[in-house]
Design a protein around this ligand. Sequence first.
Ligand code: MN
Length: 282
Amino acid sequence: MTTAFLGAGVRGPARVALIGVPYDRTQSYRPGAAAGPRAIREASWSLETYSPALDMDLLEAGVRDLGDLEVADLDPAAMVQRVQEAVAGLDRDVVPVLLGGDHTVTVGAVRALSARLPELRAVVLDAHLDLRDRYEGSPWSHACTVRRLWEALGDGRVVLLGVRSGVREEWEFAWRHCRWVGEPLALPEAVHAELRGCPVYLSVDLDVADPAYASGVGNPEPGGPALSEVLQALYLLRDLSVVGMDLVEAAPGLDPSGATAVAAAKLVREMVLAFCGSAPPG
Ligand SMILES: [Mn+2]
């Protein structure tokens, strides 16, 4: 491995495992997300370990960076399988945090966790619905990720936030089969209350933010929220029992300014701290 993520030098038992999945062979438009994990780690060092918004510090969060999975030569189905095995192989009290990679990496993590947590729900922040059954003949396109999650979890168990793009058939599918689809980033209280009783997987596609804040993504979709609004939305979910998460679709080579990589790194820091940052009881 090259550089580990900021503040990930845990001694003693880890509570959070960072896993890079440098893979972008399921892209529909422009590749580059395979470079995400490395760029996110490098950019993280321009941040502090301390989050003033959360009054928490990565150095106290028990984070271990396990490096990257070797997936570059795999076809998408084998890559998903590789992710699934990696997540299934973690100790049960360790929260996996994937650094993508295409959004398809999420499917492996959700499959692994739903195998032992039958009540698992997914909360996905994404500009796109990703609900196609097939895209250009493939079920593994990143345009199909949420459809694969729906298959793995069951009807009414996927919540979508920040969505502003999809074909009509995807919207109709979403209204029928997903628990909530909202462009505003806040959940209705009834949906939030349901999630409180369940283990939750949180997937953040960086393109949920407006391209002004993170232009280095495969499919930029204008008209989205500021990065600060995405962060506020994540803070609102802090009372959920998040058992796994990811930050996907960062393609830093598409943004020479470097802003995309550091935006992704800041999201990862805040996600780790918001959902795993407090010391275990006792
Ligand atoms: Mn997307």
